[in-house]
Write a protein that binds this ligand. Structure first.
Ligand code: DGL
Length: 279
C-alpha cells in the first residue's frame, strides 16, 4: 500500500441517517470493525425522512454525503433505510467513493435465509412505497413472495422508549398479523429503529426469522473494505467514534445509547443544509 492509499485507508467510515436510529447500524459496524474510525451524522433537524418525497430525500442525502466526504470519509454507509431505498442511485451517480446502503444486504440475507420463499418486509411509508426491498429480493430469488407493510407508528413508539410496552405489542399485532396470515417464514426489519424492538417483534411472530439490516450491512461493509483494500492498516487500534447531529440532541439519543452500549461522548452540532457535493 503506498502512502497516499494508506492515509486514505485511515479515514473514517462516514455513516448517516435521518436521525439517531442509524446508531443501530453504527453499533453493528463498531462490533465488527472495531479498529475503524466512524463519523456518524444524524439529520435530527429534518427527521423523519419516512414520509418525504424521493426528491427531498435525495437532496438531503446528497448534502450529507458531501459533508462526510469533505471530512475525509473513505466510504459512506447510508444507514437510513428510507434514504437507501430512495437516494442510493443518485449518490452513486454523483460521488466516486464506495457507498453502501442497508437495503441490498438485508434483501440478500432474507433471500438466502427464507426456506419457503415467503418473505415479509416492514419499514417506513416511503421505503415500502419505493418497492426497493421487493425488487432487491426478487433479483436474487425471482419466485419469492414478498409481502410489505408500512409501519408508521413504530418509529415514534421506539423514540419514546416504549420497547417493552403493551401499547407497542398491540400496534405490532395489528401490523404483523396480515404477514403471519400470508405464511412468511422470514421478516426483514427494514428501518433503522426496528432492531431495538427485536424482542417484542419476535414475540409477536414466533418461529419467523428476523433479518436485521444493521448486522448484514456491517458484514457487507467488512467485505467491501477488504475487496477495495481500504481497511485501516492498524488492526490493533480502537477506532474513534464521532457523532454529529444537525439539531441539538434529543431524548432518543439516550434511549439508543443505553440499548446499544455505544460510547457517545460529546455530540457536535453541524449544519448540513446546502453543503455542496464533492466527488
Ligand atoms: N431512519 C429511517 C429509516 O430507516 C426511520 C426514521 C425516519 O422516518 O426518518 O427508514
Amino acid at each position: 500500500m503506498n502512502e497516499e492509499n494508506a492515509s486514505h485507508a485511515r479515514g473514517p467510515i462516514g455513516i448517516f441517517d435521518s436521525g439517531i436510529g442509524g446508531l443501530t447500524v453504527a453499533a453493528a459496524i463498531r462490533n465488527r470493525l472495531g479498529n475503524e474510525d466512524i463519523f456518524y451524522l444524524g439529520d435530527t433537524a429534518r427527521v423523519p425522512y419516512g414520509g418525504k418525497s424521493r426528491q427531498t430525500v435525495e437532496r438531503y442525502s446528497v448534502e450529507i454525503s458531501g459533508l462526510l466526504l469533505a471530512e475525509g470519509a473513505k466510504a459512506i454507509v447510508v444507514a437510513c433505510n428510507t434514504a437507501s431505498a430512495l437516494a442510493l442511485e443518485k449518490l452513486r451517480s454523483l460521488f466516486r467513493a464506495p457507498i453502501l446502503g442497508v437495503v441490498a444486504p438485508g434483501a440478500d440475507a432474507a433471500a438466502t435465509q427464507s426456506k419457503n420463499g415467503k418473505i415479509g418486509v416492514i419499514g417506513t411509508r416511503a421505503t415500502i412505497a419505493s418497492g426497493a426491498y421487493e425488487r432487491a429480493i426478487r433479483l436474487l430469488r425471482p419466485e419469492a413472495q414478498v409481502s410489505s407493510v408500512p409501519c408508521p407508528l413504530l418509529v415514534p413508539l421506539i423514540e419514546e422508549g416504549l420497547l417493552e410496552d403493551p401499547i407497542t405489542d398491540l400496534v405490532l399485532a395489528r401490523y404483523l398479523s396480515p404477514l403471519l396470515e400470508k405464511g412468511i417464514d422470514t421478516l426483514v426489519l427494514g428501518c433503522t429503529h426496528y432492531p431495538l424492538l427485536k424482542t417484542a417483534i419476535a414475540r409477536c411472530v414466533p418461529g419467523v426469522q428476523l433479518v436485521d439490516s444493521a448486522e448484514n450491512c456491517a458484514l457487507a461493509l467488512a467485505a467491501l473494505l477488504r475487496q477495495e483494500s481500504m481497511q485501516n492498516p492498524d488492526p490493533a487500534r480502537t477506532g474513534h467514534f464521532r457523532v454529529a447531529l444537525s439539531d441539538s440532541s434529543d431524548a432518543f439519543l439516550r434511549v439508543a445509547e443505553r440499548h446499544l452500549s455505544l460510547p457517545i461522548g460529546e455530540v457536535e452540532l453541524r449544519s448540513v443544509q446546502g453543503s455542496s457535493p464533492v466527488g
